[in-house]
Design a protein. Structure first.
Length: 140
C-alpha cells in the first residue's frame, strides 16, 4: 500500500491541561515514528549546506476527544475490521510513572476500568482511519 493510501491521526482528550496535551502528542508521535518507518522523509540539505533531519511526509491531524470517546475508539480499533491498524495509546497510568519499568509493573496489574486514556495515535489504511475518526473535529 502506498503512502498516499495511509493516514495517521492523533486523538487527544481536549479536557487535559495544555502541557499534558503537548506531552501526549509528543509521546504518541515519537512512538508512531518508531513503529512506522515510512512516515519519516529523508534528510534535506538546504541552500546553505545545513542538513535537516527528515520529518513526517504527511500531515498528522490532531483531533479532539473526550475520555469516553477515546475509550470507545480504542475498543473499536480492537475489532476485526481494524486489527491491521497501528494503534498507540497513552493513559494516566503511564503519565503517573517515573520509569518505564514502573509503567510495566503498574499496567500489568490494572484493568481497563482502572485507567483513563489521554490520547490515541492511529495509523493505517486511509479509509479505515477515516471511518473511525472522520467525524471528530480538530483540536484547536
Amino acid at each position: 500500500m502506498s503512502h498516499c493510501e495511509k493516514k495517521c491521526v492523533l486523538v487527544i482528550d481536549e479536557n487535559l491541561p495544555l502541557g499534558l496535551i503537548a506531552n501526549t502528542a509528543a509521546i504518541l508521535g515519537v512512538t508512531l515514528g518508531a513503529k512506522v518507518a515510512d512516515m519519516i522523509g529523508d534528510n534535506v540539505v538546504d541552500g546553505s549546506g545545513i542538513e535537516h533531519l527528515g520529518i513526517v511526509k504527511a500531515p498528522i491531524p490532531i483531533l479532539k476527544g473526550t475520555t469516553e470517546l477515546l475509550s470507545n475508539l480504542k475498543d473499536k480499533t480492537m475489532t476485526e475490521p481494524f486489527l491491521d491498524l497501528i494503534v498507540i495509546d497513552f493513559s494516566d497510568a503511564a503519565q503517573r510513572c517515573k520509569t518505564y519499568e514502573d509503567y510495566i509493573t503498574k499496567l500489568q496489574t490494572m484493568s481497563k476500568v482502572d485507567y483513563r486514556y489521554f490520547g490515541l495515535g492511529i495509523y493505517g489504511d486511509k479509509k479505515k482511519v477515516n471511518s473511525l475518526t472522520g467525524d471528530i473535529a480538530l483540536l484547536r
